[in-house]
Design a protein around this ligand. Structure first.
Ligand code: MG
Length: 237
């Protein structure tokens, strides 16, 4: 019996690339406007990633804090006063734009329909925020890799969702676009899976999802097929 549907966010419910390009542009514009003495822009400050990571290897698992620290370091190297405070302001600019996404067609309708029947939630390696996205009315949980300590394919996010919903792995479906980070990882954690395959995308993983769809609007039907199979498997137990 399926109780919980958990979703990957980026590239599962919207295309992430244009969102990041736009968020970095908005951040760049803000930096140029507010801190003209800054000697870096978003792309040149990437050169500082390596040294920051060497100082604090944990930043690799904390993408929001990593980006903030990068901005802060660029400011410090440019002799900007109040670098910490300003780096937080800069991150707010980025994160607001990071949550201005264009959902795939039918995504919200599909989520809203499934919310009547299942507990829904989000498990993401990224820094989208379900409240800013307007998904908090449908989702009863959302955990990020940064909160739980390790990104997928580690099983920390799945374990957190199972504990939070008091659900057994066999009662949860994970829906994601990445064959390795989403599907292989969720299957290892004992979950059922639906792969949202993009046009031309190859299965680079080691496993096969229970169901494959190429449009998020096909998800309710895929879940129905899975439920029917599970129920048939358990008759007589
Ligand atoms: Mg994804």
């Amino acid at each position: 019996m399926i109780r919980v549907i958990a979703f990957d966010l980026d590239d599962t419910l919207w295309a992430v690339k244009p969102v990041i390009i736009n968020a970095e542009k908005r951040l760049n514009d803000w930096l140029k406007q507010e801190i003209p003495q800054l000697n870096y822009d978003v792309s040149s400050m990437r050169e500082l990633r390596h040294e920051l990571l060497e100082e604090d290897p944990n930043l690799g698992n904390r993408i929001t804090e990593f980006r903030r620290r990068l901005i802060e370091r660029a400011m410090l190297l440019s002799q900007v006063d109040q670098a910490t405070e300003l780096s937080h302001q800069a991150m707010d600019v980025f994160l607001i734009a990071r949550n201005e996404v264009e959902f795939f067609e039918g995504a919200i309708e599909t989520i809203s329909m499934l919310a009547n029947q299942f507990i829904l939630g989000a498990l993401s390696n990224g820094n989208a925020d379900i409240r800013r996205l307007g998904l908090d009315g449908y989702f009863s949980f959302a955990f990020s890799a940064e909160e739980v300590g390790a990104p997928k394919p580690a099983n920390d996010l799945f374990r957190r969702a199972l504990a939070h919903t008091r659900t057994k792995p066999g009662q949860m479906i994970y829906v994601g676009d990445n064959p390795v980070l989403d599907i292989d990882a969720a299957i290892r954690a004992g979950l059922h899976t639906v792969w949202v395959q993009h046009p031309g995308q190859e299965n680079t993983g080691e496993t096969r999802a229970d169901e494959e769809i190429n449009d998020i609007r096909q998800l309710p039907e895929a879940i129905n097929r899975m439920s029917a199979r599970f129920n048939a498997d358990h008759i007589g137990e």
